[in-house]
Structures are given as structure tokens and as C-alpha cells.
Design a protein around this ligand. Structure first.
Ligand SMILES: CC(=O)N[C@H](C=O)[C@@H](O)[C@H](O)[C@H](O)COP(=O)(O)O
Length: 237
């Protein structure tokens, strides 16, 4: 797999659309994945059996599959259970990403059990972490990659709304012996370079490349805010 190689320095494109988005369509996700492949990406991240299978059918890049599912009584929503791992495996992904925080999982399954199940299904496992202090638990559970997917926005971010590169550096400097995958709020070529500079092997980019609905909203919001800033003085005339 291209991004398995040490120092791969590649970009993975996350082709996902939230339920509320008009882009939520497996055919659309597959076309986005093809565009990413043609542009030179080294992998695709995708959600749900239908999208993963549609992407697998047209795109030869490795797929990091996830299943987002909310279970009552648990905050874990990225591939929480063994059954969710099965959905990802059955759809043809090579890797699965899963929540690797210490939060309780649905049905009392442990992280180690879910990781072992993924291995039995022949999948490599990416740990979606919310902080560098969670790496030990993920490493002990047997994951193959450490990812920053769930790191929340904070004062450490490179700019408001931008990625947290400090957490990547901490994960790399801790020398866990696993590649670090940077993910979460990467939006510019400079962000990508900063992640590699901090030691990341791969950077995953989602919204900034594939969420045209959210990006259009950003532009419209800027226009509306500008218009509204003029309303006050104009009313005086
Ligand atoms: C936190 C969470 O649920 N992240 C999800 C994980 O798959 C996706 O919604 C993100 O789009 C993805 O991580 C890529 O990140 P960004 O879209 O910021 O480039």
C-alpha cells in the first residue's frame, strides 16, 4: 500500500457527505474518489458500506473505511463495534479507522476486541485519537496507524478553525513505532507541509476538498455578513 511506506508523505482524500448534504450519494462519492486518484492522492477515506463499495468499484487506491453510527448510551460513533468493522470489511476496504479513545463502547466491547476482530477480517487499523495521551491504549490494542481525527479545536491550532500540528509532533516524538496520520481541519497546501514537517506520514483532507456544500455555505455566509455590515450605515441615510 503506498502510504504504508516509511516517509510516504502522501495525501488521502476523505470522500464523505453528511446526511443533510445534497451530495450524499454513493455515485458522487465515487466520482470524488476518482478525481482524488487522478490528482495523485495515495488513498481514500470513506464512510458506510454503500459508499465504500461504490468507490472500490471504480478506484484502485487503498480505502480507509469507517462506519459512523450512533448507539444509545455511547459517545463513540466512528466504527464503534465489531459489526461496524464487518460492514467496512464486507464493502471491500483495506483499512478500517475506528474511535480509539478510552470512552466506553456500545455493548461493552473493548477497543482491543474490536481491533483484534478487524485484524481477523484482514484489515489494517487506523486509531482515531482525540489527543496524544491516548496513543498508549491504541498501541496496546494493536493498531497499525495513529491518527489525529478526533482532536478537538483548541488554542493549539495553527489558526482559528485550522489543524492542530502540535499534537502530531507529540505523537511522532513519543516514538510509538507507528506511522502518524494527520487528519482534522487541514485546508491549505501549507497545512499539509506543516504536518509533514512535524513528522506525519500521511495527511487526510476532507471538507476542504470534497464538501462543496459546506464550502459554498462559507462563501455565501461571507457575502451575507458583508451585506449586513452595510445595512446599519445605509439605514441612517
Ligand atoms: C470528527 C469526525 O467525525 N471526522 C470525520 C471522520 O471521518 C469526518 O467528518 C471528517 O471530514 C474527516 O475526519 C476529515 O476531516 P476534515 O473534514 O476536517 O478535513
Amino acid at each position: 500500500m503506498p502510504f504504508n511506506e516509511p516517509g510516504a508523505h502522501g495525501v488521502v482524500i476523505s470522500c464523505q457527505a453528511p446526511e443533510s448534504s445534497p451530495l450524499r450519494d454513493s455515485h458522487v462519492m465515487a466520482r470524488l474518489a476518482l478525481a482524488a486518484q487522478k490528482a495523485g492522492a495515495v488513498g481514500i477515506r470513506a464512510e458506510g458500506g454503500a459508499d465504500i463499495a461504490a468507490i472500490r468499484a471504480v478506484c484502485s487506491l487503498p480505502v480507509i473505511g469507517i462506519r459512523k453510527h450512533w448507539y444509545a448510551g455511547s459517545d463513540v460513533y466512528i466504527t464503534p463495534t465489531k459489526a461496524d468493522v464487518d460492514t467496512v470489511a464486507d464493502a471491500g476496504a483495506e483499512l478500517v479507522a475506528l474511535d480509539a479513545t478510552p470512552r466506553p463502547r456500545p455493548g461493552g466491547e473493548t477497543l482491543a476486541e474490536v481491533v483484534a476482530h478487524a485484524k481477523r477480517r484482514g484489515l489494517k487499523v487506523m486509531a482515531d485519537l482525540s489527543g496524544s495521551e491516548e496513543a498508549k491504549g491504541a498501541v496496546d490494542a494493536g493498531v497499525d496507524y495513529l491518527g489525529t481525527t478526533l482532536v478537538p479545536a483548541s488554542a493549539e491550532d495553527v489558526r482559528p478553525g485550522g489543524p492542530n500540528v502540535a499534537v502530531i509532533r507529540r505523537l511522532v516524538e513519543a516514538n510509538w513505532g507507528l506511522p502518524v496520520i494527520a487528519e482534522g481541519r487541514f485546508a491549505t497546501p501549507g497545512d499539509i507541509v506543516a504536518a509533514f514537517g512535524a513528522g506525519a506520514a500521511v495527511v487526510v483532507v476532507g471538507r476542504a476538498v470534497t464538501d462543496a456544500y459546506a464550502l459554498a455555505g462559507d462563501m455565501v455566509r461571507a457575502a451575507n455578513e458583508f451585506r449586513e455590515s452595510l445595512v446599519g450605515p445605509r439605514r441612517l441615510v
